[in-house]
Design a protein around this ligand. Structure first.
Ligand SMILES: NC(=O)c1ccc[n+]([C@@H]2O[C@H](COP(=O)([O-])OP(=O)(O)OC[C@H]3O[C@@H](n4cnc5c(N)ncnc54)[C@H](OP(=O)(O)O)[C@@H]3O)[C@@H](O)[C@H]2O)c1
Length: 330
């Protein structure tokens, strides 16, 4: 099969096309013909050598997100049959082949049937970011109707899905963006209040949107200094959930508000064979929401082929993509 592989860590030029053996079917797994995959920051962090502890073995096939059609079904798999269109985040990390190849062997527990209303490119944009937002909002925070949530980076991969899920759950959604164009997109996704973080201070938007009380829940998808901003924005007894927590902070800001900090790392089921069925179950619910019109991916209009993976990584890494970057294999 045709695949993009990396043989060492490095910049976007490390990808090379290769001919690899098609993976052999295993019990509990399905073999998927990959139609589309999407880029996530973890993919370019693995590629560049920032996360060697979770990187797949060389020659490595990267990318977890995929949408495709089942070609073979392994022993013990009862939920899926040959010809089913499926989607999921199921590889591209230590021990698991990735989606930058014509075929991908995936654990049936990690995946779900593709939403019928989405095409392959749209479906491939959703899994990793949806699993992350879902775990943050509904498993860590248990977001309730009527709560006010601040979601950072409302047109980013995780942020744009989090807006839709939080609005569906009945929360009042406020979000940060960097331009008027992105503000309009965030509103169309379900945000009722939008903050341009480049020209409004935390103190000002806390005053404007909460009368100075702060947000009951803050989803921090940015990390670094932004976690300090989240601590400044959260309400007394409020909750912050962070998905980018590789940094050092004075947690006094939490103590003074008796606020909680939750952390999500969505790759754990894949990396540790831990509760993998939970991911399949979340994706089934996400597929239902997509078919009800409540969850739609925001996809950058620039499309890429398997041969153009380097360009797709360069675009997401540049910070100039709008939403998700998708690679279409067929
Ligand atoms: N722990 C986990 O399980 C997990 C899962 C998924 C992702 N992540 C991590 O979470 C981060 C976000 O992932 P993603 O897929 O959403 O990335 P993404 O699609 O690249 O989006 C990043 C967004 O951040 C915004 N941004 C940059 N600086 C900002 C700031 N100071 N304040 C507010 N927004 C800012 C950018 O929008 P503007 O142009 O508007 O600035 C952009 O839309 C990455 O570091 C990723 O590795 C972790």
């Amino acid at each position: 099969m045709r695949a993009q592989v990396i043989r060492h860590f490095g910049d976007t030029s490390v990808f090379t096309m290769a001919e690899l053996a098609r993976p052999e079917i295993r019990p509990g797994h399905v073999l998927v013909r990959v139609h589309a995959t999407s880029v996530n920051p973890v993919d370019f962090k693995i590629r560049s050598g920032l996360l060697p502890q979770i990187a797949p073995e060389f020659p490595a096939v990267l990318h977890g997100d995929f949408a495709g059609v089942i070609e073979e079904v392994g022993a013990g798999v009862t939920e899926f049959k040959v010809g089913d269109a499926v989607f999921g985040c199921a590889g591209g990390v230590k021990g698991e082949g990735g989606a930058l190849a014509e075929f991908m062997l995936v654990d049936a527990d990690l995946i779900a049937k593709k939403p019928v209303s989405l095409n392959m490119a749209e479906a491939a944009a959703l899994p990793l970011v949806t699993l992350t937002a879902w775990e943050a909002l509904f498993e860590k925070i248990r977001l309730k109707p009527g709560q006010t949530i601040l979601i950072h980076a409302g047109t980013g991969g995780v942020g744009h899905v989090a807006i839709q899920l939080a609005a569906w759950a009945g929360a009042k959604v406020c979000t940060t963006v960097s331009s008027d164009e992105k503000a309009a997109v965030a509103r169309s996704l379900g945000a009722s209040e939008v903050i341009n973080y480049r020209n409004e201070s935390v103190q000002d938007y806390v005053e404007r949107l909460t009368g100075g009380k702060g947000f009951e829940v803050v989803l921090d998808t940015v990390g670094g200094e932004n976690i300090d901003k989240s601590m400044a924005a959260v309400a007394l007894y409020g909750s912050i959930v962070s998905i980018q927590t590789l940094s050092t902070h004075d947690l006094g800001g939490l103590l003074l508000k008796s606020a909680s900090l939750h952390v999500v790392f969505m790759l754990l089921p894949m990396l540790h064979h831990h509760e993998r069925k939970r991911h399949g179950a979340i994706l089934r619910q996400a597929a239902d929401l997509a078919d009800l019109g409540r969850l739609k991916p925001l996809i950058d209009p620039r499309r890429f082929s398997l041969e153009e993976v380097s360009k797709s990584h360069a675009l997401l890494e540049s910070g100039h993509a709008l939403g998700k970057v998708v690679i279409q294999l067929s």
